[in-house]
Design a protein around this ligand. Structure first.
Ligand SMILES: *[C@@H]1O[C@H](CO)[C@@H](O)[C@H](O)[C@H]1NC(C)=O
Ligand SMILES: *[C@@H]1O[C@H](CO)[C@@H](O)[C@H](O)[C@H]1NC(C)=O
Ligand SMILES: *[C@@H]1O[C@H](CO)[C@@H](O)[C@H](O)[C@H]1NC(C)=O
Length: 456
């Protein structure tokens, strides 16, 4: 049977030529895996929501690294030690937080409504952070998952249904390492010459995660202590790209082993919150958190520690102008609520994108990314290049607005998104134009977009 199939394959390939690119199989090498074209939905989406939710949301103190800061690092963080001695009985362990992860107000449809209202096109949820607790019923994480303990609910599955029902793309964050997993610690003790954790826990679990939930994005993390050969990352990715149920749609990032980031994988995250100084030649994503101090929820959060809406809008625009995607993080409470201040930020993003979204979604970087015009502007262009968008964040002092980079022709038209009618303009020499602005409309996002048709 196999021989027959092979014969047929040879016949077909010799008669009609090589298999199309989509049928390409990838080898478990970086050169092969890195040659895979990124599925197109991802670059078009531009804006996603990151959700850090887990047992760390219960103490809600410091950050999602609480357990490590309290009991992992040497010396421990005295603030975390004091927080525990002052508020919890002696002998209280980190796993004792899990039964307090109630998620009693978790309404996946409400979350998905908020994410959709933000204008985001994809959502990435923590399926397992470095603590090792899975937010889905992993049989490789017995008694340390959200169905055996805590909410007694499949959080990954329930949110996924609501996300997909709104035609948003669904991605899952997964930490490769687990701070205190005995199998991992034994491998680490053996200088990663053994791979018991990888073969008995990580890979079966990650494969099961893919088969169950069919994520369109895998946001890998926690890779940095060991090389990709320890994690068997290239073997896993070859399976993901060749034989998994998401082989044609799945997108991955670059955290697949020490030294991998910014070099190998799908798109590049590089470091957390990283932005390149100039236009990169590889797709990338900036992850950023509304709470500048933490990805997970904190009970003692202060308004001054949060990004305000104009700074988030500006960060999104600058990222997209540089060819990046923007993944904006919120940390829900252990009760299952998205703090209202985060919800307000997300709805504000949606309000700004409803007017200015054509400068963002499915856009391409223009030949110039930014210039100091009358005020600083950042450029994007429509995917077919017929429109150029100039976004600015400072209200100009006068009605005459100069751009120096665009090359106009007589038929060039200029509009301000959110207002009607073309604007009057005249050319500057040797390049550029001066535009007569209307009254700048009020926007809570404090950013405005000039759309230029027929410029180069
Ligand atoms: C979302 O759910 C509603 C109600 O169950 C259903 O009518 C609709 O077809 C679903 N949409 C998608 C895209 O799954
Ligand atoms: C892990 O990688 C090694 C070396 O490439 C390979 O022999 C082995 O089959 C892989 N195991 C899994 C489970 O992918
Ligand atoms: C714009 O002006 C700022 C401040 O004067 C300067 O730092 C920056 O390099 C300029 N940017 C460009 C693109 O010319």
């Amino acid at each position: 049977m196999l021989a027959q199939a092979l014969c047929l394959f040879y016949l077909l390939t010799t008669v009609i030529g090589p298999a199309p690119v989509t049928g390409k199989r990838y080898q478990a090498t970086w050169s092969s895996l890195d040659s895979r074209p990124l599925p197109t939905w991802y670059d078009e989406a531009k804006f996603g929501i990151f959700v850090h939710w887990g047992v760390f949301s219960v103490p809600g103190f410091g950050s999602e690294w609480f357990w490590w800061h309290w009991q992992g690092q040497n010396p421990p963080d005295q603030k975390c030690v004091a927080y525990m001695t002052q508020n919890y009985p002696p002998g209280f362990t980190y796993p004792d937080f899990a039964p307090q992860f109630h998620a009693q107000f978790f309404d996946p449809d409400n979350w998905a409504d908020i994410f959709q209202a933000s204008g985001a096109k994809y959502v990435v949820l923590t399926s397992k952070h470095h603590e090792g607790f899975t937010t889905w019923p992993s049989s490789y994480s017995w008694n340390w998952n959200s169905v055996d303990d805590g909410p007694h609910r499949d959080l990954v599955g329930d949110l996924g249904q609501a996300i997909r029902n709104r035609s948003l793309h669904y991605g899952l964050y997964n930490s490769l390492y687990e701070w205190f997993n005995p199998l991992y610690l034994a491998d680490k003790n053996n200088k990663f010459k053994t791979q018991d954790f990888v073969f008995k826990k990580l890979l079966p679990e990650l494969t099961d995660l893919v088969l169950r939930y069919k994520p369109e994005l895998i946001w890998s993390d926690g890779d940095w202590e060991a090389p990709d050969t320890y994690w068997n990352s290239t073997e896993f990715l070859a399976w993901l790209y060749n034989d998994s149920p998401v082989k044609d749609v799945v997108v991955t990032n670059d955290r697949w082993g020490a030294g991998c980031y910014c070099k190998h994988g799908g798109y590049y995250n590089c470091a957390d919150k990283y932005s390149p100084g100039e236009l990169p030649d590889h797709k990338w994503e900036k992850c950023q958190s509304v709470d500048t101090q933490s990805w997970g929820y904190r009970k003692n959060i202060k308004l001054a520690e949060l990004m305000d809406l104009p700074s988030i809008v500006k960060d999104l625009v600058q990222t997209v102008a540089m060819g990046g995607n923007y993944l904006l993080n919120v940390g829900p409470t252990s009760d299952g609520m998205i703090p209202t201040v985060f919800e307000e930020r997300l709805r504000g993003m949606g309000g700004w994108l409803a007017v200015n979204g054509e400068a963002i979604y499915a856009s391409k970087p223009w030949r110039v990314q930014k210039e100091n015009a009358t005020v600083p502007v950042w450029y994007t262009s429509s995917s077919d290049g017929s429109s150029v968008y100039a976004v600015f964040f400072t209200k100009p002092q006068s009605f005459s607005f100069q751009l120096y980079e665009p090359l106009t022709v007589q038929t060039t038209t200029v509009t301000l998104l959110g207002t009607t009618g073309p604007l009057r303009w005249s050319p500057l020499h040797p390049a550029g134009l001066v535009i007569l602005l209307p009254d700048i409309p009020f926007t809570t996002g404090r950013a405005w977009t000039l759309k230029l048709d027929w410029v180069q």
